[in-house]
Design a protein around this ligand. Structure first.
Ligand SMILES: [Zn+2]
Length: 219
């Protein structure tokens, strides 16, 4: 998605939550929302809004348009080329009810220009958009990750998500792995570590400690 972004309207945690949940319900695997500064030519998207506003002015000069439904019906009658959807108040309320009350606040909201997510309820955000490694996620401009739904909140590390494509599983455990980096999943968390020793049944790994989002310490 690409939109304007100077207002809080789009940068609320509720909106971030919708972005990180609804598309997955619809079958999307990756989502990104990019906020452009005001007046930086969005072309078509801006044009659509402006065209509809002009139609509203034309209708209003001829007749009363008391509500959105009437405006929508008038536009449908006109066979507008713009694909239009009418969203009822009930649908909006229903959507509001699906948003958890306890959402994590996203610090630095006003600086955000890109939000990306590959996991429901989780977002990565950064101050500038980057697509240098598309379709994979890059780590340019120091992205931060946030788990929005406090109820399901677990500390997550962005490394586990963003580097997915670079992790290989080993077909067999051999002594050649000693000294190699690996990731250990323990209690729902991912810890980077170095293989210390191997025996027939087990692998000894020295891992780093998590000291914050996407931050590790030790070794
Ligand atoms: Zn990049």
């Amino acid at each position: 998605m690409i939109s304007d972004g100077p207002t809080m309207q789009y940068r609320s945690k509720e909106n971030f939550f919708c972005l990180s949940s609804v598309p997955f319900e619809l079958g999307f695997k990756k989502v990104t929302w990019n906020f452009l500064e005001a007046g930086h030519g969005k072309g078509a998207a801006d044009g659509v809004g402006a065209a509809l506003k002009r139609r509203a002015d034309v209708f209003a000069s001829r007749t009363d348009i008391p509500d959105g439904r009437m405006f929508f019906e008038k536009l449908i009658e006109e066979k507008s080329k713009i694909k239009l959807f009418y969203i009822t108040e009930g649908e909006i309320e229903e959507n509001d009810r699906s948003i958890p009350d306890q959402l994590e606040t996203v610090c630095g909201t006003m600086e955000i220009h890109q939000i990306s997510t590959t996991k429901s309820g989780h977002i990565n955000w950064r101050i500038l958009s980057c697509f240098c490694s598309a379709p994979d996620y890059c780590l340019c401009f120091a992205p931060e990750s946030v788990v929005l739904n406090k109820a399901q909140k677990k500390k997550t590390t962005m490394k586990t998500e963003s580097c997915q494509g670079m992790l290989n599983t080993t077909p067999e455990i051999t002594m050649s792995l000693v000294g190699e980096w690996c990731v250990v999943c323990y209690d729902g968390e991912a810890y980077p570590g170095v293989v210390q020793d191997i025996d027939e049944e087990s692998v000894q790994v020295k891992t780093m400690c998590i000291i914050g989002v996407n931050r590790f310490f030790g070794l």
